[in-house]
Structures are given as C-alpha cells and as structure tokens.
Design a protein around this ligand. Structure first.
Ligand SMILES: *Cc1c(COP(=O)(O)O)cnc(C)c1O
Length: 418
C-alpha cells in the first residue's frame, strides 16, 4: 500500500489517467461543480436516460398507445431486465424480476420463506440486525403481525451474535449484505452455510450491494434476495426494485400478493389464482413502465465493464478516502465507522462527527454531496463508474477547510430527507 502522507493531488490525477473505468464517467450527466458521493442513495443519471424517457413517453405511450404492451415489450420488461441484472449478482436467467419496491419485494420473499418453513411449526423467529435498514425490520414486523401465527422478530445488536441467535426456533435469517450505515459487508457464503446447517432460510437485502460489490447469490447458497435499482444501479428516483428466487425454490415459491401479473394465464381472466411457472409468480400487478424502462439505461453501463473491475476501483477509492480523511483531517473528532478490512467493506465509507449533520450540510453547500444518517454519521458513497480519484482528493480538501474553519451551522434546521 502507498504511504498515506505521500499521496498528492497529482498522484490522483495520474491514477485517473490510468483508470480503465474513467471513460464511463462520460456516460453520466453530472452537474458541473458537484462531487457526487451519494450514489449509494440515488445513483446519477445515465445520459441515455433522457432520450429513453422521451422515447417511452412520446413514441411507445404517445404514438403506439396500448399496442406497446406487446410491440414495445412492456409486459415482458420485468423479466427481461431481471435477466440483464442477473450476472451482476450471480443469478441465472429466469431468476429475477425487476418490479415493485424493495420493501414490497422483501414482504414477498419473507412470506415465501416463512411458507417454506411451515412444516416446522417450532420455527417462529425471524432473526435480523437492529442496525438493519428500518423498512426491513418494519416489513418483518408487519408480516409477523398480520400472519398472526406467533411469529416474532429477533433483533441482534451485532453480527457477532449471529451464531447464538440462529437456532432450532429460527425460521428466517434476514440480513442486509452491506449495512446502510456502517458500510460493513457480510460474508454471504459463510452466513448462508451456517443458516442452512441450522435449518434457517436466508433472505438477503442487496440494496447497497447490487452494482457496488461482487455478489454471487447462487454460488454462495443464498435462498432469496431483494434489492434496489435506484442506488448503485442508477435506475432513477424510485425505480422499481428486484427480487431473486433461485430455480431450486421456484416451484415451491408462494407469496401472498397474488396479483394477476403473477398468474399462470393473466389474460385468461380466470376467477381464481393459479401461479405462473418460474419467476413470474413473484410479480403482482401492472408496473410503472416509464420508470421501469429507465432501469435499462443503468444496466447498459454495467454491460461495458465487470464487477471485478468495479470492485478493484471501489476499494482503491474507499482506501484513498479513508487515508486522506485520517491524514488531512487529523485532530478533528472524526470516527471511522466502516471496516478497514477490505473484505468487510462495501462501497461507501462513514465517519461520525459530533456535528455530522451540520458538517454534511456545509459540504453539500460547497458541492460535495454525501448524506447523513442518525446517529452522527456522515456517509460518503463511491461509485466507480463515475467517481474519480481526484474527486476524492477534492472532497477531502473541502471537508478539511470546513472543519479547520468551523464553517458549519450547528443550528441549521433539518430537512425532511437527510
Ligand atoms: C435503500 C434501502 C431500502 C429502500 O426500500 P424502498 O422500499 O425502496 O424504500 C430497503 N432496504 C435497505 C437495506 C436499503 O438500504
């Protein structure tokens, strides 16, 4: 590893010049004067999305009207996009649909997982982390309550408690692969193997993993997975999420949102539900086509590179950021929350600061866009497709200037979205 104190802005410029992913930045429309370190929350806009949106709205909807369900492939879109996403997360064709929201897909996956466990009446517990993204916990709570069969959610404080928490009473182990706050990445293969050995079914949330870190769902023995497309996959604000059901579970996969898109013959208009064969049974109802169509523009960029290349640059960017913050901002009360070990790191880095919210607002005012998560955590996402090494250098220089000059307003009112 290079010696931290020696890294200069010139070094960063040279690394950018050598970076094989650097040309991909041009495929994103990033405003001038902005260093965008929030692709973990809302990915930047692929340039192609504007023309695609115009085409969907003007031609497919405007001119072709309802014929587009067939002629523009609207009806098949959730499956077609799922097939394009599959290699990014180690899935096979026919195992993913892009549809609904992550919260809703989690509900479906959890319900299906509990259904698989129904022969084991003693398995009543859904294990997850207290530090999981809240919607994941809320959806599990809601499902447990509405099923009214004695299911309960068990929250562990830390992954070191996993071993003790997963046992003979566990139905499902529901985990987020890369923690939204800390950026800590779990070992999917090891955790899935542990759960399987104890009879628990795993449900993985890939919100901060898909397009950010290499994921091998089939190789690593996961049971079910869900994730977002509007984060690292750059699908657009509120773009539909995805759900993965491996072939080995598809026949038994039953989920309660049995809408007509999941029916074996949607246009038979039958008076009773019969599930479609394959992944289509994970669908519910009519999809937001204009939004769904834009997901493809993000996936098109991934088709030009590979997850190992993205991972190599992601680790280089996060290493550099940690190194620069710790050297340039030494003396300020910053605490690294993200694991230093590369294997345990996702693609974002979090630091605590007692005035984290105010400092982040000052950063944003100066064009460095990250975000803030309770408690006291400043979060910086690194998207190798469009973040440069020089961006990292410049962001840290601005952070340093803000901290040295105490140029932040601790009284600033909070926005609804932090
Ligand atoms: C971002 C995120 C979500 C978002 O869920 P939505 O239904 O899209 O609002 C869910 N879970 C995790 C772990 C996330 O990081």
């Amino acid at each position: 590893m290079t010696l931290s104190i020696k890294t200069t802005r010139q070094d960063c410029l040279e690394r950018d010049a050598r970076d094989p992913l650097a040309p991909l930045r041009d495929q994103f429309d990033l405003p001038a004067g902005v260093i965008y370190l929030d692709g973990n929350s809302l990915g930047a806009r692929p340039r192609a999305a504007l023309a695609r949106a115009t085409d969907v709205i003007a031609r497919e909807w405007g001119a072709d009207l309802i014929r587009s369900w067939n002629t523009a492939g609207w009806f098949e879109l959730p499956k077609r996009l799922g097939d394009r996403l599959a290699p990014i997360v180690g899935a096979l064709p026919g195992e993913i649909v892009v549809t609904d929201t992550t919260s809703v897909n989690l509900f479906k996956a959890l319900a299906a997982a509990l259904d698989l466990q129904r022969p084991h009446a003693e398995r009543k517990v859904i294990v997850t982390e207290r530090s999981n993204f809240p919607t994941d916990i809320y959806m599990a709570e809601g499902l447990a309550r509405w099923l009214d069969r004695g299911y309960q959610v068990r929250l562990i404080e830390d992954v070191t408690e996993l071993d003790a928490a997963v046992g003979a009473d566990t139905a499902v182990l529901m985990l987020t692969h890369v923690n939204y706050r800390t950026g800590r990445q779990l070992d999917m293969a090891a955790v899935s193997a542990m759960a399987r050995a104890r009879g628990a079914v795993t449900v993985w949330d890939l919100a901060h993993s898909a397009g950010a870190v290499p994921v091998e769902l089939n190789r690593d023995g996961a049971d079910f997975a869900v994730g977002c497309t509007y984060k690292y996959l750059n699908g657009g604000p509120g773009a539909p999420a995805f759900i993965w059901v491996p072939r080995r579970h598809q026949e038994a996969f039953a989920q309660p949102l049995s809408g007509w898109w999941g029916h074996a013959e949607p246009f038979a208009m039958a008076p009773s539900f019969a599930p479609a064969q394959g992944i289509a049974r994970a669908l519910c109802g009519t999809q937001p086509i204009a939004s769904l169509a834009l997901v493809e523009c993000g996936l098109d960029v991934f088709a030009q590179t590979s997850m190992p290349a993205i991972r190599a640059k992601s680790l280089a960017l996060t290493d550099l950021f940690i190194e620069l913050v710790e050297t340039q901002c030494a003396g300020h009360p910053l605490g690294l929350v993200t694991p230093r070990e590369q294997a345990q790191r996702g693609s974002h880095v979090s630091f605590t600061h007692p005035h984290g919210y105010a400092v982040m607002q000052a950063l944003i005012a100066r064009g460095v866009i990250g975000d803030y998560r309770e408690p006291a955590i400043m979060r910086f996402g690194f998207t190798p497709l469009y973040t440069s090494f020089t961006d990292v250098w410049d962001a840290v220089a601005i952070l340093r200037a803000i901290l040295d000059g105490q140029a932040y307003d601790t009284q600033a009112a909070r926005s609804a979205v932090t």
